[in-house]
Design a protein around this ligand. Structure first.
Ligand code: IDP
Ligand code: MG
Length: 149
C-alpha cells in the first residue's frame, strides 16, 4: 500500500491543532504507521525543501519549519499521497477548497499548517528523512476490511 509523509507544521502545533489534523487523516481511514513530535533542525529543513532552493520563499520557509516543534506522520493507504493532498487543500489557504485543512484553518501561503508528499518519488525521498526503519510499524486494524475493499 502507498505511503506518504505528513508534517503538522509549527503554526498548527502552536495553535493547538495537532489533534484536529491527525483526526482528519485518521477518520479518512488512512493507517498511521509512524508518528512523532520533533524539532526540525536547519540541515534537515534544507534537505527536505531542497527542491525549492533559490526561490524567494525558500529562506522564510526554512525559518518557518524550524521555528517550533512539528509532528511528522507516515500514513499508509490506497492512493494515500493523492488523498492526503486533497485532504490538505491547495498550497495557498486562500485558494483551498472549503472543508480542507488549509481552508478551514489557514489564510496565508506561508502559514499553511500542513505538508504532504506530492508524488511517489517525493514520498520515497521524504519518509526516510524523518523516520528510521525501526520507527515505522506494519500492522492490521480490525476495521481495515470496512475501509479497504
Ligand atoms: P506544497 O506544500 O503544497 O507542496 P510547495 O509548492 O511544495 O507547496 O511549497 C512548499 C511550502 O513552501 C508551502 O507549503 C508553503 O509553506 C511554502 N510556500 C510555497 N510558496 C510560497 C510562497 O509563494 N510564499 C510563501 N511560502 C510559500
Ligand atoms: Mg511540495
Amino acid at each position: 500500500m502507498e505511503h506518504t509523509l505528513v508534517i503538522i507544521k509549527p503554526d498548527a502545533v502552536q495553535r493547538g491543532l495537532i489533534g484536529e489534523i491527525v483526526g482528519r487523516f485518521e477518520r479518512r481511514g488512512l493507517r498511521i504507521v509512524g508518528m512523532k513530535l520533533m524539532q526540525i533542525d536547519e540541515a534537515l529543513a534544507r534537505r527536505h525543501y531542497a527542491v525549492h532552493e533559490g526561490k524567494p520563499f525558500y529562506e522564510p520557509l526554512i525559518s518557518y519549519i524550524t521555528s517550533s516543534p512539528v509532528v511528522v506522520m507516515a500514513l499508509e493507504g490506497n492512493d494515500a499521497i493523492e488523498v492526503v493532498r486533497r485532504t490538505m487543500g491547495a498550497t495557498n489557504p486562500a485558494e483551498a477548497a472549503p472543508g480542507t485543512i488549509r481552508a478551514d484553518f489557514g489564510l496565508e501561503i506561508g502559514r499553511n499548517l500542513v505538508h504532504g508528499s506530492d508524488g511517489p518519488e517525493t514520498a520515497a525521498f521524504e519518509e526516510p528523512l524523518f523516520f528510521d526503519k525501526d520507527e515505522l510499524v506494519s500492522y492490521e486494524r480490525a476495521v481495515d476490511r470496512w475501509i479497504f475493499e
